[in-house]
Design a protein around this ligand. Sequence first.
Ligand SMILES: Nc1ncnc2c1ncn2[C@@H]1O[C@H](COP(=O)(O)OP(=O)(O)OP(=O)(O)O)[C@@H](O)[C@H]1O
Ligand SMILES: [Mg+2]
Length: 228
Amino acid sequence: MGKALFITGTGTDIGKTYVTGLIVKCLRDAGKNAGYYKAALSGAVRAEDGSLLPGDALHVNKVASIGETIPNLVSYIYEEAVSPHLAARRANEPIDFEKVEKDYERALAKYDFLTMEGSGGIICPLRWDDERHVILDDLVVKLGLPTLVIADAGLGTINAVVLTIEHLRMRNIPVAGVIFNNSHPGDFMEEDNAVMVKELTGVDVVAYVKKGDTDLAMDAEKLAALYK
Ligand SMILES: Nc1ncnc2c1ncn2[C@@H]1O[C@H](COP(=O)(O)OP(=O)(O)OP(=O)(O)O)[C@@H](O)[C@H]1O
Ligand SMILES: [Mg+2]
């Protein structure tokens, strides 16, 4: 049975997929058997043959050279670029959380270090219908995962990161660290953002990713230690 880490972010489009690609690549470059899993992806592109292409999963699969098949990477793929609960409702394909757990367990059995990417931020409704009300944080609690928070390095991040961490802690979800994306080394405000995140939450910014980075500037063993 492998170890796992859940990648959340301060919001959608913050760079979870981009940074996850570098995370899985870093582990695999160090010789570790690292994989990727995402429960639900919305905003998928329709291919010429009519199939839906899960952009996030395909990106990480390629960047990190995982060589995995689409059904093993993502459980639910929706075309409309809206929250999964809404995309699922409109596609008439609600998430079955028993399938998600089964897919997750299968991935965990196959990989030593499984990186699971969330959808949007931590308050992302996955299913909201007459039968079930499930938010992404409920799934993280159910799977018992520690989290890594991806955030923008710049202005506004103190608020977004602290709110995210406070919510995770309110749900008793462990926070392993923060990664600042779109970072500019030497920028006095961004440096202070990292200091203030540590002061206000006790959580370290464990790595910094610049625009266009092709590798994660982090020791693979230190990264691997975040998985539980
Ligand atoms: N460090 C970076 N360098 C270059 N491009 C980046 C970087 N970070 C993010 N991007 C680009 O910004 C866009 C949004 O990033 P990404 O898809 O990783 O966000 P996300 O948080 O995974 O979004 P979602 O909530 O849809 O899963 C993508 O086009 C991605 O390639
Ligand atoms: Mg993504």
